[in-house]
Design a protein around this ligand. Structure first.
Ligand code: 2AM
Length: 182
């Protein structure tokens, strides 16, 4: 499609959490578990936008900039396999209200601007493997990674040299701005 970008809003993993996840994955899954997501690509999607024109991107970024919400904490303490999409994931057992609120707001803004949104409820997750083997055993979630979220990010998904890379385009801090700061 001409002049469009494949975009999504997401949360970045802190470097130390990213490292620990990759180490846990290497220690707990066999080599043929599936196609591992590169460490630098680990993220938690808030809203997938699909192929977006520059004009629509601008409109969505303006709306994103108006979101007024406090930061929140994410706890990754669960893991599983979605057999149909063949995805191995990590996620929170109990998603914080702030996370759900932010994702739902971005998803609603996207839908109102013509970006298709799945009717499925939002399931916060970090994809660990794609094309997972149907028989892969999911280890006990013997971890609890916790981090504070103070910003959200618009990413572009770029496919080059046979690899997908997620490129951050813009960031928005979380926190309630006073009228003086605006
Ligand atoms: P996934 O991790 O569950 O695969 C960039 O592709 C991000 O957008 C990924 O996190 C991916 O989620 C998500 N994504 C890709 N296609 C999507 C779709 N059709 N609907 C919802 N999310 C999608």
């Amino acid at each position: 499609m001409a002049d469009t970008r494949r975009l999504f809003f997401a949360l970045e993993m802190p470097d130390d959490v990213q490292r620990q996840i990759v180490q846990w994955r290497a220690e707990n899954f066999p080599d043929d578990a599936g196609r591992p997501v590169a460490a630098a690509n680990l993220h938690l999607t808030l809203a997938f936008l699909g192929e977006v024109s520059a004009e629509k991107q601008k409109a969505l970024c303006q709306l994103a900039g108006r979101i007024q919400q406090q930061g929140f904490t994410i706890t990754l303490d669960d893991a599983g396999l979605w057999a149909r999409s063949r995805v191995v994931w990590l996620g929170p057992r109990h998603a914080s209200l702030g996370l759900i609120q932010l994702a739902n707001m971005l998803r609603a803004q996207a839908a109102r601007n013509g970006c298709y949104q799945s009717p499925q409820p939002y399931h916060p997750h970090v994809t660990l493997y794609r094309n997972a083997s149907q028989t892969v055993a999911i280890p006990q979630p013997n971890f609890r990674w916790q981090f504070k979220v103070e910003e959200f990010v618009l990413y572009e998904s770029v496919f080059e040299k046979g690899r997908t890379r997620y490129r951050p385009l813009q960031r928005w801090p979380l926190g309630i701005r006073t009228s003086k700061e605006e």
